[in-house]
Design a protein around this ligand. Structure first.
Ligand code: ADP
Ligand code: MG
Length: 694
């Protein structure tokens, strides 16, 4: 089979500095062999006080370095497009982002949450792949996607459509299985079919939403977990028995930050430990792969290295993006990230074309073989065997079974001869007999007891429900009262500030202390437990589960409205809504123009037909006259049609692009809205706990 042998390609991307961040010193050069060079200088004030022989300048080589101003489309074109092309050609591909929390991994892989132009590698790759598939009519393609999150060595299926997860643990658990050929299979990870870009984007959105919803402030899943979005493509030429299958993993790894070993004082740039254990195992795998003659590679140590096994030193075209945050305080982490990248660049992969034979063809071959064996058997035994037993034979077997069952002699035997069909029949018949007798036993038992119990249970449940409801409403009232107090206080504060401002600024410093006192709350063990119980009950409030989203209680709705008004994200929502409106009206306008254009084309076509009729009529009435085949008027009409068609095509394409953008914007709005709701729920339950503790 065809094979591509090459090293893992390693790129770097530098995140733009924040407004208040102080830049570290670094420079980017085009080096020789089309590689780029990144130099990082450790400034004196950081190196000072540490060991004297410390190097101050660090050099790293990358395939290419994307500096702060690099845009998403450029990153996609140079990093992801080549990999997507390999995957379309039938090879496996992986792109993974590695870097400390906040360095831009998610931004690069998935995209920013606000602007359409900020969409990252996943949506752009989906768009590119479906575009290419549409263009290629020589093959039949099938596309599936899956989305896996690994947190604390447990895998979770992010494409769970039930929308029930309010914790990661509510998602279906994914486990690893290894077959005898040491291939990895993921049990419970759903593969969802996506027939076009829109369906695939909806699935991505579903996964990202589950990811956000399932994240609690406590587990910080987004910095501690790995997310793997996989596009599975299979293709077949019509009539051929060969199927090509390929996978593209797009991986957002956990934050690579490390804790310096404590107690040694000042070993800033020396060995430090990962916070995330599975990244430690990833590093071990990579070190082992870089060593020559190393036969054992410790893939099995963690779930992530098992899943990415082929992507690391195996059958895959692999690309790494090192994301760097080069503000002064993060220089040491940036150097760690670059060092890791240099080691990854040493890994050699061998991607082979993944081809297999169509199982249907296999079935046809096996059927033929079975027929031949049957013929042979008939020759040897001298009797023709069909797969069915005759009615007579069945009756005889029933009789034998009956005798066998009734015979009390422990030595009795059921002998039906060396015929698999008969043996199988006996087993299934006896199973039937046994199940039948069990069921009738149970029925007798249960008829007596069930009736009176039911009514008691009903009353008890009703009571419990009412009590729970009462408790919920109680909580709501308290939270609302608190909110009201705060609103009132805000108004007063505003008034106070106004007065203070005119009186002089000295009074200001007294204000914050008031707030501080309010927060202090004693907590003891028993109230903590109560708080936990309360969380539990709060988590099950009806408004929290999205399936009954419409039934938020009145008090809770009120609180949500106020919360929304004060939430920072509501500006983003509004902005995007405005943009959406604009795009909608643009789309509508385009739609109308398209209609006009189509009408015009039809009209022109009509005119041509009429012209042709006229000419035909003329030819019939004056057969002697030579037919003039070239009609300048008709020719003019034709060029007009061509022109109009071109215009139509341009507008149509623009509308298509617009549609994708509109859908994406809708998803963004929806995502932010979900996040806000989630924030509200967290706030609400915290409020409830605070009340309880007090
Ligand atoms: P990570 O996933 O590595 O923790 P994020 O992708 O969440 O980091 O990035 C942190 C913040 O920086 C986000 O608000 C993100 O939008 C922003 N950001 C990251 N990279 C860029 C970039 N290249 N351009 C603009 N903003 C970026
Ligand atoms: Mg992230």
């Amino acid at each position: 089979a065809a094979m591509v042998k090459e090293s893992v390609r390693v790129y770097a991307r530098v995140k733009p500095l924040g407004r208040r961040q102080q830049a570290g010193i670094y420079s980017v050069d085009e080096g020789e062999n089309s590689l780029s060079n990144l130099e990082i200088i450790v400034p004196h004030d950081l190196a000072d006080g540490f060991i004297n022989n410390k190097r101050e300048s660090y050099q790293f080589k990358f395939q290419k370095i994307f500096d702060q101003e690099a845009k998403q489309d450029v990153v996609f074109d140079s990093i992801a497009k080549p990999v997507a092309e390999c995957v379309l050609a039938g090879y496996n591909g992986t792109i993974f982002a590695y870097g400390q929390t906040g360095s831009g991994k998610t931004f690069t892989i998935t995209g920013g949450a606000e602007r359409y132009s900020d969409r990252g590698i996943i949506p752009r790759t989906l768009s590119y792949i479906f575009d290419q598939l549409q263009k290629d009519s020589s093959k039949v393609y099938t596309t599936h996607v899956s989305y896996l999150e690994i947190y604390n060595e447990c895998g979770y299926d992010l494409l769970d459509p039930r929308h029930k997860a309010s914790r990661l643990e509510d998602l279906p658990k994914v486990t690893i299985m290894e077959d005898p050929d040491q291939n990895i299979h993921l049990k419970n990870l759903s593969l969802q079919q996506a027939t076009n870009e829109e369906e695939a984007l909806n699935l991505l959105f579903l996964g990202d939403t589950n990811r956000v919803i399932a994240e609690t402030p406590m587990n910080q899943a987004s910095t501690r977990s790995h997310c793997i979005f996989t596009i599975h493509i299979s293709s077949k030429e019509p009539g051929s028995a060969v199927i090509q299958r390929s996978k593209l993993h797009l991986v957002d790894l956990a934050g690579s930050e490390r804790v310096a070993k404590t107690g040694l004082g000042g070993h800033l740039l020396t060995e430090a430990k990962y916070i995330n254990l599975s990244l430690h195992y990833l590093e071990q795998v990579i070190i082992a792969l870089a060593e020559k003659n190393r036969s054992h590679i410790p893939y099995r140590n963690s779930m992530m290295t098992s899943v990415l096994r082929d992507s690391l030193g195996g059958n895959c075209v692999t690309t790494m993006i090192a994301t760097l945050s080069v503000d002064k305080r993060n220089i040491d982490e940036s150097i760690s990230t670059c060092r890791f990248a240099q080691r990854v660049a040493l890994i050699k992969n061998e991607a082979v074309l993944n081809e297999e034979i169509d199982p249907r063809l296999m079935v046809i071959q096996l059927k033929k073989e079975i027929q031949e064996l049957k013929d042979e058997l008939a020759l040897v035994t001298g009797e023709q065997r069909t797969s069915e037993l005759s009615q007579e034979e069945l009756l005889r077997l029933d009789k034998l079974i009956e005798i066998f069952l009734e015979d009390n002699d422990p030595d009795s035997n059921l002998n039906v001869g060396a015929d698999m069909r008969k043996i199988k029949y006996c087993f299934s018949h006896m199973k039937q007999l046994m199940n039948h007798s069990k069921i009738s036993d149970k029925k007798l038992l249960s008829q007596h007891t069930s009736e009176e119990k039911d009514t008691n249970k009903d009353v008890g449940e009703e009571l419990k429900k009412l009590q729970e409801l009462l408790q919920q409403r109680n909580n709501e009232i308290n939270i609302l009262v608190n909110m009201l107090k705060k609103e009132k206080k805000k108004a007063q504060d505003a008034l106070f500030h106004l007065n203070a401002a005119s009186a002089g600024s000295a009074v200001f410093e007294q204000c914050p202390s008031v707030n501080l006192e309010e927060r202090q709350s004693p907590s003891s063990c028993s109230s903590l437990k109560e708080a936990k119980d309360l969380i539990y009950s709060v988590h099950r409030l009806p408004f929290l589960s999205r399936e009954t989203g419409g039934k938020m209680s009145l008090g809770c709705q009120e609180a949500f409205e106020v919360f929304k008004r004060d939430h920072a994200d509501s500006i983003t929502i509004e902005d995007n809504k405005q943009l959406l409106k604009q795009r909608f009206s643009e789309a509508k306008c385009l739609g109308e123009k398209l209609n006009e254009s189509r009408n015009k084309i039809n009209h022109l076509k009509g005119e041509i037909t009429q012209k042709q009729f006229q000419r035909a009529a003329l030819a019939v009435s004056n057969p002697s006259e030579e037919l003039n085949t070239f009609d300048p008027v008709e020719e003019e009409l034709r060029t007009q049609i061509e022109k109009e068609k071109k215009r139509y095509k341009t507008m149509f394409n623009r509308l298509k692009v617009l549609k994708v953008e509109i859908e994406h914007l809708q998803l963004l709005v929806e995502k932010v809205r979900m996040k806000m709701q989630k924030d509200f729920e967290v706030w609400w339950s915290e409020e409830a706990i605070n009340l309880q503790v007090r």
